[in-house]
Design a protein around this ligand. Structure first.
Ligand code: NAD
Length: 272
């Protein structure tokens, strides 16, 4: 066997342009840091009314790793139109943010929310909000960036959808959330299939519980937290950096043969 086939491909992302949605806090913020640590230039997006949080992340990432960063508004519910914050405006701003010939190499579809409710109590409004952001917004963001990856030279790119272990197993008070995340996992497989010929890899990361603003209320309940910890064989929650590491792996040349995969980072929850 020669070195060309035994040498592990790089885990680095030098000079790649990466866009992370919902990166003003939690897993998105950690992912922006991890991508930059691997050498990527990072477009940090956040909902228009929270843009200051994206600017804070962008500044911190630039200061820590010396890479170019920019903060761009994005509400993934604005699928069309030219409002600042709509998907088309965000993708256009992102593609022209750096001197990179309009390239976007990596999209991390991280934006998401949950409104925990028992299935008997789920309102139509809550259902629509969760599905609009976690599934519809994720798809149309992938479509907008995927078209650019198809049309750019050299062609191709990599999309990582932040789904959840809740896309694989069920859990209480998560009818809409689990449905949206299961949709994200299977959508990942469809996009892998359709876009492979354009050099676009599409994968999902499926985290277990991590302490972020999203899970604060749930984890503040001692009984629920104890139940969660009991279900995780490794006996602890994941950290934002552990989820971000999985995203970086999937985005890197080391994962060049990985597409259509849902990588669980769950301490074993879904294995037992
Ligand atoms: N924290 C966990 O335990 C956990 C576990 C599994 C999966 N996830 C997923 O990870 C992702 C990040 O969540 P987090 O835990 O960091 O929570 P978070 O609340 O810190 O981050 C969610 C981000 O999404 C953004 N967002 C919400 N609605 C949006 C919209 N309409 N348009 C654009 N952005 C929007 C928020 O502003 C925020 O920046 C989500 O998709 C979540 O479902 C989280």
């Amino acid at each position: 066997m020669d070195h060309a086939t035994t040498r592990v491909a790089s885990w680095g992302l030098d000079d790649q342009v990466a866009l992370v949605t919902g990166a003003g806090s939690g897993l998105g913020e950690a992912t922006a840091h991890a991508l930059a640590a691997a050498g990527a230039r990072v477009i940090v997006t956040e909902q228009p009314h929270l843009l200051e949080k994206a600017e804070t992340t962008a500044r911190a990432v630039r200061d820590a790793y010396g890479v170019e960063t920019v903060a761009v508004p994005l509400d993934v519910r604005l699928v069309s139109g030219d409002d600042p914050g709509s998907i088309p405006s965000c993708v256009e701003a992102a593609a022209t943010a750096f001197d990179a010939n309009g390239r976007i190499d990596i999209l991390v579809n991280n934006a998401g929310l949950n409104i925990p409710q028992m299935a008997f109590d789920v309102t139509e409004e809550a259902w629509d909000r969760i599905l609009d952001v976690n599934l519809k917004g994720l798809f149309f963001m992938a479509q907008a960036v995927g078209r650019r990856m198809r049309d750019q030279t050299p062609q191709g790119g990599c999309i990582v959808n932040v789904a959840s272990q809740m896309g694989i197993v069920g859990y209480s008070r998560r009818a809409a959330y689990c449905s949206s995340k299961a949709g994200a996992v299977n959508l990942t497989r469809v996009l892998c299939f359709e876009w492979a010929e354009y050099g676009i890899r599409v994968n999902a990361v499926c985290p277990t519980f991590v302490e972020t603003p999203l899970t604060q209320v749930t984890l503040n309940d001692p009984a629920i937290k104890a139940d969660i910890l009991r279900r995780i064989p490794l006996g602890r929650l994941a950290t934002p950096a552990e989820i971000a590491a999985a995203v970086v792996y999937l985005a890197s040349p080391a994962a060049a043969m990985v597409s259509g995969h849902a990588l669980v980072v769950d301490g074993g929850w879904t294995a037992v």
